[in-house]
Design a protein around this ligand. Sequence first.
Ligand code: GTP
Ligand code: MG
Length: 381
Amino acid sequence: MPEPFSILPLTPEGRGGIGSLLISGPGAEKAFRALFTFQSGRAPSPADLESRRNRPIFGHFSLGKDLHEEVLVRAISPTELEIHSHGGGAIRSAIIRRLTEAGGTLRRDDPPTWDGPTAGTPDFRAEAMNLLPHARTERTARLLLDQANGAGKRFFEKAAGLTSRARRAALARIELLARVGRALYQAPRVLLIGPVNAGKSSLLNAILGFDRALVDPMAGTTRDVVSAETILGGLPFRLSDTAGVREAPGTLEKEGMIRIVPLLKKADILLTVFDVTAPGDDPIAEFTRAFRAMGGNLDTGAPPDILVLNKCDLPSESRNRFWKTAPYGQHGLVETSVFRPETIAALQQKLIDVLFPALPEPDEFVPINARQLEYARARCR
Ligand SMILES: Nc1nc2c(ncn2[C@@H]2O[C@H](COP(=O)(O)OP(=O)(O)OP(=O)(O)O)[C@@H](O)[C@H]2O)c(=O)[nH]1
Ligand SMILES: [Mg+2]
């Protein structure tokens, strides 16, 4: 009977240029040695791997029937090895099949969640490694590798020697960094709302960089909620465009407006978009009133918002004078034009700043689940 070991995919299935696996357990090294040859064609001995610990090892992994795959290997310890191959699904399946035949068990963990048991000491390395296959960007993958490689351990060692005041300051930062940790599971949700024809769909497309939503000069173009995920600054965001709001809407339009209400509670931030040239004595009050008429409440309990004044490319004499003295959103105001890329970049940056008020430095500890955050709270009070 071969000794057991587990096979854990480190990269998502069917995507990316590289496919990585971690094999771990008492039988890992032996199984690996039977399937791997150096470029010279020689099979490795335990001493060969010992002398190359944590250094890149190139060679061939046998896929059976004289088939080989070029791989890059890191022999972390006698019970833990990483195997990096080309990214294709067939190669990955073949490597997993060969390892399974050699006694390995593929770990198919349910996708981890932020919430879970909050008591006990976290296993920083294992928890980061479990999350790694779900990382969607290079930035988040790097962050998880930092966590796997001891960022948490180093942080808590250092925290033990700090004054209680310095520890509290460190905790305040960790509370902010936890937003990055949470985003590893669920992208923060940005909801675009506003009067008809303000340019919400155009802005969604501009932020995404491709045409996801329909745009038309006719008011009332968007009827249903249109959502898309994107990456800004290496971090995930989920954006949803909604039907424009106006008083006395048509039946179908009203249906679209009603669908916004339940989304309001779930959003992390609202982009409240207005056409800076649209007429009216008080466009904000008019919008809020129309929104309330369909059951949406923007006064209490609504997510914080950024006021977006769109179409700022249009001549200044066409601007509604109301905006000279209008109140800002809770997170300020951004003037945009879909024809001015620098204004879109500024809006994107604003979203990053508001939703991720702290970004991790290389090697910095980031709590990646509720238990790690609780653990930090308990140790830094
Ligand atoms: N000049 C100018 N026109 C814009 C800008 N953004 C959008 N538009 C135009 O405004 C019109 C409405 O744009 P949409 O993006 O469909 O507006 P919307 O808010 O999604 O409209 P509804 O879905 O009907 O509520 C279109 O003709 C766009 O081309 C802008 O920044 N500047
Ligand atoms: Mg629209």
